[in-house]
Design a protein around this ligand. Structure first.
Ligand code: G16
Length: 544
């Protein structure tokens, strides 16, 4: 454990701040999931987030996690995600501190740190421990060191887990703070593999899953998980840079497959076989297959949420258990998925802003909250009081009901509740398909998606776009929303919105309509409008 400091050691902090100096023009803000940008411009941010993590740890009297990754972004980028004690994303009030600390000059760092200490009434005598981990980007090693320098400068202790997926770091941080002092990567595999093996005792003929690991950290970690699972599933790892030459996230990974609506590079698909993709830090999952005419079929975060809701609802009915079950989505959710959940399953559906931090928070309003972004990022949260009710049901005299309650309890333990986790979500999907004796064909038939298209528009300054109503409408620049409204009105079942990305330097455009041709055409027209009204740069984007 760290030796306690009773005041901020100005000399030590300033000396190391000089080593990790801020380029004079750099101004960044804590985005959708932390800071992201070109790796060679971020050294000072990582050092300062090490400092901030120490204060957060002292403030919460708990271990804090710092993950070095830019997730789905290109390999040249990097980023940092701070993890709160229960494995959640950093509390939003602290994002403001993070942004301020990232942007002050070196001479103001001490003042800014003291401000946070004062505002949060932090006792500097508290000890601080920070868990760190990184993805496979070449830049991640040096940037992890910058974080550790920040931690050391404020007298904190760092425990470096080295290469890990983001959800693994969320998991060990959460478990350690819940009293599991030997929380480790190994305990992660044991926990999820054991839960899966008690749900799936023997493999079915159709249980071969080919997993595109985006040439990222998911590949070696999935192989380790697979070793713990044994014979209840067949996994084939695809796009594993450790054994090939592929570049991280390049023409592969969950984001590529979702946005391009096509298979990752090098994958030869067979109709109705099972395929899925992780992203660069393995916190997103999408499935896909081909139909008998070789049309590409995507089973994205919306389809995963619908499958989870369908299964949980059935188990609740079998166990004769009441629960407030809800699904949280964002504006990117396909209209058909929302209709299926509301009209067919009669489940309450909430819509919040993009960013798992918003979805996670809203999901906690429900006894069982399923949240998924269409891009494949999601999980299930369970209220502690309801978990106790479920546990008591497993010991009831009615055997059928008690067994259904046990099945639900085991199903919930295959899910990483701390955060969306591609590996554990994949096990949960496979467990459900096994329980229902379904393949991708039956799963996909839950509902038919409205054709949709996503595009990216490069503009000089993406902050000129401001949004409201869970990012479904723009308020700035003037004329943009009116323009979108009149375009949407020209399309059958048209819907479209635009929002500035919080992880990439682009404006995102979403459009859906009755046919793929119309969805593409609407996306093109809205993108062109954004380009014209929000200061587009480079070539005008076009998808059709
Ligand atoms: C992060 C967030 C997600 C968000 C995604 C894209 O994912 O955790 O909640 O959907 O960025 O955000 P934006 O549209 O603002 O760029 P990841 O997987 O990149 O960490």
């Amino acid at each position: 454990m760290a030796s306690a400091v009773t005041s901020i050691n100005d000399i030590k902090v300033l000396k190391l701040a000089e080593v990790h100096a801020k380029p004079s023009k750099s101004m960044m803000s804590y985005g959708t999931a932390g800071f992201r940008g070109k790796a060679n411009e971020l050294d000072h941010i990582f050092f300062r987030m090490g400092l901030l993590a120490v204060l957060r740890s002292k403030c919460k009297k708990a271990v804090i996690g710092v993950m070095v990754t830019a997730s789905h972004n290109p390999e040249e980028d990097n980023g940092v995600k701070l993890i709160d004690p229960h494995g959640e994303m950093l509390q939003q009030e602290w994002e403001v501190y993070a942004t301020k600390l990232a942007n002050v000059g070196n001479d103001e760092i001490i003042k800014e740190l003291n401000n946070i200490v004062k505002l949060e009434n932090i006792s500097l005598e508290e000890q601080a421990t920070i868990f760190t981990a990184r993805d496979t980007r070449p830049s991640s090693i040096a940037l992890s060191q910058a974080v550790k320098d920040g931690i050391a400068a404020l007298g904190g202790t760092s425990k470096d887990f080295g290469l890990m997926t983001t959800p693994q770091l969320h998991y060990v941080t959460c478990m350690f703070n819940c009293g599991e002092t030997d929380a480790s990567e190994e305990s992660y595999y044991t926990h999820f593999a054991d839960a899966f093996k008690s749900l799936v005792k023997e493999k079915s003929d159709s249980s071969i899953v080919t997993v595109d690991c985006a040439n990222g950290v998911g590949a070696p970690k999935l192989q380790k998980l697979y070793e713990h699972i044994g014979g209840s599933i067949d996994l084939v790892v695809h796009n594993n840079a450790e054994v090939g030459n592929g570049k991280l996230n390049e023409n592969c990974g969950a984001d590529y497959v979702k946005i391009q609506q096509q298979a990752p590079v090098g994958l030869n698909m067979e109709p109705y076989h099972r395929y899925c993709s992780f992203d660069g830090d393995a916190d997103r999952l999408v499935y896909y297959t081909l139909d008998s005419d070789c049309n590409f079929i995507l089973l994205d975060g919306d389809k995963i949420a619908s499958l989870f809701a369908h299964h949980i609802q059935e188990l609740l009915a079998d166990a004769k258990l009441e629960a407030k079950l809800g699904v949280v989505q964002t504006a990117y959710a396909n209209g058909s998925s929302t209709n299926f959940l509301k009209d067919k399953l009669k489940v309450e559906v909430a819509c919040v802003k993009t960013g798992v931090k918003h979805l996670h928070h809203k999901a906690q309003d429900f006894d069982i909250g399923i949240y998924f972004e269409a891009n494949g990022h999601g999980t299930v949260t369970v209220k502690e009081s309801w978990r106790k009710l479920l546990a008591s049901k497993t010991t009831q005299t009615n055997e059928d009901e008690a067994n259904a309650a046990k099945r639900l309890q085991t199903f919930l333990s295959v899910i990483n509740e701390a955060v969306g986790d591609a590996m554990s979500d994949m096990l949960a999907v496979e467990a459900i398909l096994h329980a229902k004796d379904w393949g991708v064909r039956e799963w996909s038939a839950l509902y038919t998606e409205l054709p949709n298209r996503q595009m990216k528009v490069k503009v000089a300054d993406r902050t000129v776009i401001e949004t409201t109503d869970a990012e479904t409408r723009t308020v700035k620049p003037s004329g943009l929303q009116d323009g979108i409204d009149s375009l949407v009105a020209q399309y059958v079942n048209g819907r479209s919105f635009v929002r500035p990305s919080g992880t990439e330097d682009v404006v995102r455009v979403y459009a859906e309509s009755d046919t793929q041709e119309n969805a593409n055409s609407l996306a093109d027209k809205v993108s062109s409008l954004v380009y014209d009204l929000a200061g587009g740069t480079g070539e005008k984007p076009k998808c059709s």
